[in-house]
Design a protein around this ligand. Structure first.
Ligand code: CKG
Length: 322
C-alpha cells in the first residue's frame, strides 16, 4: 500500500542529556480528535476529526484492511486513492490531503464538507427554484468537467454524493467506484495496483462491471457496456431534473422496474417545469451516449445563460435557498 503525501507534526522529546528536542514526525491518527460518524460503507467508516495541533477540521475515512481483502475490494481502494490523487486542484471535489495506515486500517485524510448532502437540502426545500438549480448545477458540471479532463469518470453521481462545505459550495465525493481512463499519453501506464495487492482477473471484471445507483444509472451501463464520460452526463441530467421537480425522472417500485423505465426512456415533466431546463434535460437523457450534449455545449446552453464559469463560479456567494 503506497502511502501518499506527508503531513508532518512536531513532537517535543527530552533526550538523554535532558535537552528538549523537537522532532518532525509524520502525522498519525493519534494527532486527531475524532468526532461524529459521517458515513459508513461495507469496509469503511468516515468520521469528522480535528487536528489537535492546528485545530483544522477534516473528514477521515477509515478503511478496514481485513474487510477490504475479505470482500475483494483491493482494486476499488487503489482506484479511489489514485483517483483522489489525480483530483487535487479543484474546489468542487473533496480533496485527499494524505493517507496513513496502521496494522488494522488505512486512513484517508480528506476535506470536511460540514454542510452535509445536497440531497438533504433538497428534501428540506422540496424543490429548488431556477436560480438555485442553475448555480448548483453549474458547480456540479464544472467539477465533472474537471474530473473528465483528468481522465476520471465518477460513475455514481447523485445528490447524496454532492456535499456542501461551510460556505454552501459543492464538493463531490465517493470515488470508490470511479473509473480511470487509460492515459493516452503514457505508454504501458500502470494498472493502478500497487505491487503485492492480490488482484485477480475476476476482481478486475467486477470493477469494470460496476453499475451505479438505480435512479441515476445510464442505459449503456444497463446494456452491459462500459461507462463513458457521457454516463456522468446522463446522471447530471437526472440531477437537474430532480432539483427542479423534487424527485428523480426514473423512479419505480423496485430497481428492475426503474431499469425498465430508463431503457424505455419512460419519464415525463411535471407541469410548470421551466422550458430551458426541459430542453437541457431532453438533450442529456438520450439513450445513445454519443448523442448526449457534451460538457462545453451544456455550459453554453440557454439554461446556464449568465453563469460565470471558472474561478468566479467558486468565489461568488451561493443564492439563498428559497
Ligand atoms: N465515501 C466517502 O469517501 C465519503 N463519505 N462521506 C459521507 C457520506 C455520507 C452519505 N452521502 C455521501 C457522503 C464523506 C466522504 C468523503 C469525505 C467527506 C467529507 N465531508 C462529509 N460530510 C458530511 C457531513 C454531514 C453528513 C454527511 C457527510 N462527508 C464525507
Amino acid at each position: 500500500w503506497r502511502e501518499r503525501g506527508a503531513a508532518m507534526s512536531t513532537r517535543q522529546e527530552v533526550d538523554s542529556s535532558g535537552q528538549v528536542q523537537t522532532r518532525l514526525v509524520k502525522k498519525g491518527v493519534k494527532d486527531f480528535n475524532f468526532g461524529r460518524t459521517l458515513g459508513e460503507g461495507s469496509y469503511s467508516t468516515v468520521l469528522a476529526a480535528t487536528d489537535r495541533q492546528n485545530l483544522k477540521e477534516y473528514a477521515i475515512k477509515v478503511l478496514d484492511k481485513r474487510h477490504i481483502i475479505k470482500e475483494k475490494k483491493v482494486k476499488y481502494v487503489n482506484i479511489e486513492r489514485d483517483t483522489l490523487n489525480r483530483l487535487t486542484e479543484h474546489p468542487g471535489v473533496v480533496r485527499l490531503y494524505y493517507t496513513s495506515q496502521d496494522e488494522r486500517s488505512l486512513y484517508f485524510v480528506l476535506d470536511l464538507a460540514s454542510g452535509g448532502e445536497l440531497l438533504g437540502v433538497l428534501k428540506k426545500m422540496g424543490t429548488f427554484d431556477v436560480e438555485c438549480t442553475q448555480f448548483y448545477g453549474a458547480q456540479i458540471l464544472d467539477s465533472v468537467a474537471y474530473m473528465h479532463s483528468r481522465g476520471v469518470i465518477h460513475r455514481d453521481l447523485k445528490p447524496e454524493n454532492v456535499l456542501l462545505d461551510r460556505s454552501m459550495h459543492t464538493k463531490i465525493t465517493d470515488f470508490g467506484t470511479a473509473k480511470i481512463l487509460p492515459d493516452p499519453k503514457a505508454h504501458g501506464a500502470g494498472n493502478n495496483i500497487t505491487p503485492g495487492s492480490p488482484i485477480d482477473g475476476a476482481e478486475e471484471d467486477r470493477a469494470n462491471s460496476f453499475v451505479g445507483t438505480a435512479e441515476y444509472v445510464s442505459p449503456e451501463l444497463l446494456n452491459r457496456s462500459n461507462a463513458c464520460k457521457a454516463s456522468d452526463l446522463w446522471a447530471f441530467g437526472c440531477i437537474i431534473y430532480q432539483l427542479l421537480a423534487g424527485r428523480p425522472p426514473f423512479k419505480a417500485a423496485n430497481e428492475y422496474l426503474t431499469f425498465q423505465k430508463i431503457l424505455n426512456l419512460e419519464y415525463s415533466f411535471p407541469d410548470g417545469f421551466p422550458a430551458a431546463a426541459r430542453d437541457l434535460v431532453e438533450r442529456l437523457l438520450v439513450l445513445e451516449p454519443a448523442n448526449r450534449l457534451p460538457v462545453d455545449h451544456i455550459m453554453s446552453h440557454e439554461f446556464f445563460d449568465g453563469v460565470q464559469w471558472g474561478k468566479e463560479l467558486w468565489r461568488q456567494k451561493p443564492p439563498r435557498l428559497k
